[in-house]
Every structure is written in structure tokens, then in C-alpha cells.
Design a binder for this molecule. Structure first.
Ligand code: AMP
Ligand code: MG
Length: 327
């Protein structure tokens, strides 16, 4: 018999069932506008422990906490004026802020750091669920640690389905890439920890100051923030990344070539594309879904063309670099 997976549609009874599970310290996979999250009560050690264990995530990798409103989020952190300005411009939305935490956020959520990563998600079912709860939700992506992120309910069902209380079905995720993470602990010198759907230049325009990116160490490698691993988002199949515009020959048998946009001649076997016309938002939305589909096809190799580096292309290439890395 197939293992039981409890997939709930977003009607009021389903939302109540999700709230009941979360109140009992069970985990629910929730839709967000970025990717599906594996959610549990952020203020409950028991629930947070389950998140780490179900994902197989190391305890040194801190979780993002999701709130129903900016007011609710800012009651758990020390929020400088810059945080308020960004929240009124980008929340609800795919921007995560790292700020100094209040003691009620458990150390387990933050991997022992005195800072916490917070955001207000912009997905109607997720917001409706948060409004029914009197606690925030810690939610990393709802995939086994290190694997490709889930952007559809069936991605969660195939991997974590039987291990969790329910999956709340919100269809495909709007952005398809994890949130932008900004460290605001030094409010005059904000630091981009992870590129995402909200670009650094939008943040710079809003704050009127420069956004720094991860510092380089002596050997030239980017210094990583907690949990930012070189290898991540990886399919089981061998994956390679080639520069934009360099994927010109047809694939051999057993290979898949993934282009940024539909080619003039789409007929060769093994050719796939992430958008019709190179729209990078469409590329982001389709990326993890296509990689998971190809990963199920027993191929010898997946070769992906990098995105042009402008706008959300930086976040797409960040994920592709990590997915293709082998440590
Ligand atoms: P995700 O894996 O999408 O749940 O994103 C969580 C990531 O947010 C972690 O892997 C860290 O890179 C980052 N993060 C979370 N909390 C903090 C924090 N307090 N300080 C710095 N980075 C954080
Ligand atoms: Mg993740």
C-alpha cells in the first residue's frame, strides 16, 4: 500500500485542521510565494526539533520564522528604523530580515545565534493560516536537506509526505525561489546573505544606502553565513552548469540540456527550456520543478545554461551553482 499522505485543499475546514495539527506540535507543509515550507510552531522546542529531524537538517543551520504581520514580527526582535522601512515596502513578500532576537525565540530556531531571520509571507492560504494561530511558524523548505526545493505539493508528497501531518495545497509557488535574506544587524551597512526574488538594487533604492554582499576570504572564496552551503538544492543526477549562451550543440543520448528560453529549433531530443522568451521570472518559477522532473528520468547528465546575471538572474545562478557543486 502507498504510504499515507494527507493533502488538504485550502477550504476553511482544511485550514482549521492545519491549525489543529500545528497547535499539537505536528508539522504541516505550507505553500508560500517562494517555495513550500515545512512549518511548525516556532515557539515550541518539540515542534522545532521535529523540523530538523524530518528534514535531516543539521542543528547548526538556523530556520526562518514566519509571522502574520510586521507588528507581530517586530514584537520578537529589536527592529531599527531601516527594518520598518523595508517591511512597509516589501512585506508581505519574499524578503527575510536578520535582526537581534528577543529571548522568547528558542535558541534551537536560531542555531544558538542571538539573531533571528524573520519575514511575512505573501501567500493567501499561508497568511490565513498564520492568522488562526497565536504563534509564528518556523519553516525551512519542505524537502530533505540538500535536495532541490519543492515548488508544488507533489514535490513534498514524494519526499516528506508520510512523515508529516498534512500538506496544505496552494498549487505552484509564485516565485519558485527562496526569499532574499538581508542581515540588518548593522542597519547602516546591510548585508545580502542570500540573493532572491527581491534584488539588492531595489533594497538600495528603498534604504538609500549600499547593500554589501558576502565578504571574500583570503583565498577569494565567499565567506558563508550559517547554513549557506556551497552544495545545496542538488538533484541526484549529475548536473553541470555552462555560461549563458554556450549551450549550442544538441544533447547526446541520456543527456538533458536545459536552456533559459525556447530555442529556434526545439526538435532535438533531450532539449528543455525554462521560459518561452527568456523572462527571468518565468525561469525562476519553473526551475526547481523542471530539475525535479529531469531527476526522475534516470539520465546520465543534466546540463543547464546559466541565466544572464541581471535582476533575479543573480538568484537563479546562485541556486544553479550550488545545485551543480559536488563537495
Ligand atoms: P531556508 O534554508 O530557506 O530555510 O533558509 C534558512 C537560511 O536562512 C539559513 O540556512 C541561513 O543561511 C539563513 N539564516 C537563518 N537564520 C539566520 C540568522 N540568524 N543569521 C544568519 N542567517 C540566517
Ligand atoms: Mg532550504
Amino acid at each position: 500500500m502507498a504510504p499515507h499522505v494527507n493533502i488538504l485543499k485550502g477550504d476553511p475546514d482544511s485550514l482549521r485542521e492545519c491549525a489543529r495539527l500545528l497547535e499539537s506540535n505536528e508539522l504541516v507543509a505550507v505553500p508560500t510565494e517562494t517555495v513550500y515550507g515545512l512549518a511548525g510552531n516556532a515557539l515550541s522546542i518539540e515542534a522545532v526539533r521535529k523540523i530538523f529531524s524530518v528534514k535531516g537538517r543539521p542543528l547548526i543551520d538556523p530556520l526562518i520564522t514566519h509571522f502574520k504581520s510586521a507588528d507581530s514580527a517586530f514584537s520578537h526582535v529589536h527592529a531599527p528604523e531601516q527594518a520598518q522601512v523595508l517591511a512597509s515596502r516589501f512585506w508581505p513578500g519574499p524578503l527575510t530580515l536578520v535582526l537581534e532576537k528577543m529571548p522568547d525565540i528558542p535558541d534551537l530556531v536560531t542555531a544558538g545565534l542571538n539573531s533571528v531571520a524573520i519575514r511575512v509571507p505573501n501567500q493567501p492560504l499561508m497568511l490565513a493560516l498564520l492568522q488562526q494561530l497565536d504563534f509564528p511558524l518556523a519553516a525551512p523548505s519542505a524537502n530533505p536537506f540538500g535536495y532541490v526545493s519543492p515548488t508544488r505539493p507533489e514535490h513534498v508528497a514524494q519526499t516528506l509526505g508520510p512523515k508529516i501531518g498534512a500538506i496544505l495545497d496552494g498549487g505552484s509557488c509564485q516565485h519558485g525561489l527562496e526569499s532574499t535574506i538581508l542581515d540588518l544587524r548593522e542597519p547602516q551597512a546591510p548585508r545580502l546573505l542570500r540573493p532572491g526574488p527581491i534584488c539588492a538594487d531595489e533594497i538600495e533604492t528603498t534604504l538609500g544606502c549600499k547593500v554589501h554582499t558576502a565578504k571574500k576570504n583570503a583565498s577569494g572564496a565567499a565567506q558563508t553565513s550559517p547554513g549557506q552551503l556551497t552544495q545545496h538544492y542538488s538533484p541526484r543526477t549529475q548536473m553541470e552548469l555552462v555560461a549563458h549562451g554556450q549551450l549550442t550543440s544538441p544533447p547526446s543520448t541520456g543527456e538533458a540540456f536545459v536552456l533559459q528560453k525556447k530555442p529556434i529549433d526545439p526538435s532535438p531530443n533531450g532539449l528543455y527550456w525554462l521560459s518561452e522568451d527568456g523572462d527571468l521570472k518565468e525561469v525562476a518559477r519553473n526551475l526547481f520543478n523542471l530539475i525535479q522532473k529531469l531527476d526522475g528520468m534516470q539520465l546520465a547528465r543534466i546540463v543547464v545554461e546559466a541565466a544572464p546575471p541581471e535582476g533575479i538572474g543573480a538568484a537563479i545562478n546562485d541556486r544553479l551553482h550550488r545545485a551543480a557543486a559536488r563537495s
